[in-house]
Design a protein around this ligand. Sequence first.
Ligand code: NAD
Length: 358
Amino acid sequence: LGHIFMILVTGGAGFIGANFVLDWLAGSDEPVVNLDKLTYAGNLGNLASVQDDPRHVFVQGDIGDTALLDGLLKQHRPRAIVNFAAESHVDRSIHGAEDFIFTNIVGTFRLLEVARSYHAALIEPEKAAFRFLHVSTDEVYGSLTPQAPAFKEDHVYEPNSPYSASKAASDHLVRAWHHTHGLPVLTTNCSNNYGPYHFPEKLIPLMIVNALAGKPLPVYGDGQQVRDWLYVKDHCSAIRRVLEAGRLGETYNVGGWNEKANLSIVHIVCDLLDELSPRRDGESYRTQITHVTDRPGHDRRYAIDARKIERELGWKPAETFETGIRKTVQWYLANPEWVQSVQSGSYRDWVATQYGST
Ligand code: NAD
């Protein structure tokens, strides 16, 4: 029996998953099987640079498809599963939560069940080495008041949106499969990511793309909602570190100690664009900012206390917000074809339901 040298990533055609797969293959010889349903958020263009790499096996499919998963595990025998697959956009979860329930809750449940029987059939030393890493969000903890301390791992779960409720449910299932069934799980709860390949329905890429297209920059309510931001490659390095050395059954909060109000994010993006790609009329992109009705139930503040992963696992982000946001804006300026390719018909329809125009 050959030793296991392969990981299974789910949702690896999405924003964080694709960055994870690209970074993984850049830093290791270990192959990746990438299972992704290719919803509107999944894009094989994110993986173009590893399309012909024999270490990358892409499979289109659903984490809720038990037979497919079972076959994949038996065929490839991964030493770890890293679960990124999810419906991830809060606004979409407000318009309709069903996909969130099916993928984030039922899908995670099915993945756990298949992983459980696969793990049970492994023999040592592979059995002891196996890991199920579940990628989650700080939004499960709910909203913080301005003065409250940042979220630690033992913070009470108080999800407020259908999205965060579905992620909270998946976190609980992962926890239960460890405590009840002995599945060797790890969970990461990360703050807002930004960086390359971020779908332009989310704040930062939406602002970059709309600014360059001369469109309004829609800011919810007063724009004073505070989020904690982490460059996506730093999130990926944290996941690799937890996979390598995390204690079984533990959760690790991942964040960059970068709390910023949404409006100041938009200002920073505009100022960088003014510098790197100025408007022809010499005006600032800030003039395109328009305030729109706030999102229902909009959480006021999230903040991550990342001391556990820093102390226990020696992880630290490589980027500050200033260096990461500059790289991000530069990436969008350098990749207009990618932006164009993701702005398909379904994207335009979604933008129209949100803002009444494309
Ligand atoms: P994303 O929406 O960009 O990508 C999700 C990917 O999952 C897509 O490629 C999609 O096709 C795939 N997918 C959806 N349903 C599937 C299913 N049933 N089976 C298989 N694949 C499916 O999301 P993201 O921003 O890359 O987030 C990845 C994970 O990280 C999610 O679990 C999310 O909750 C978590 N997370 C995201 C952030 C953030 O700021 N984006 C922060 C913390 C945690």
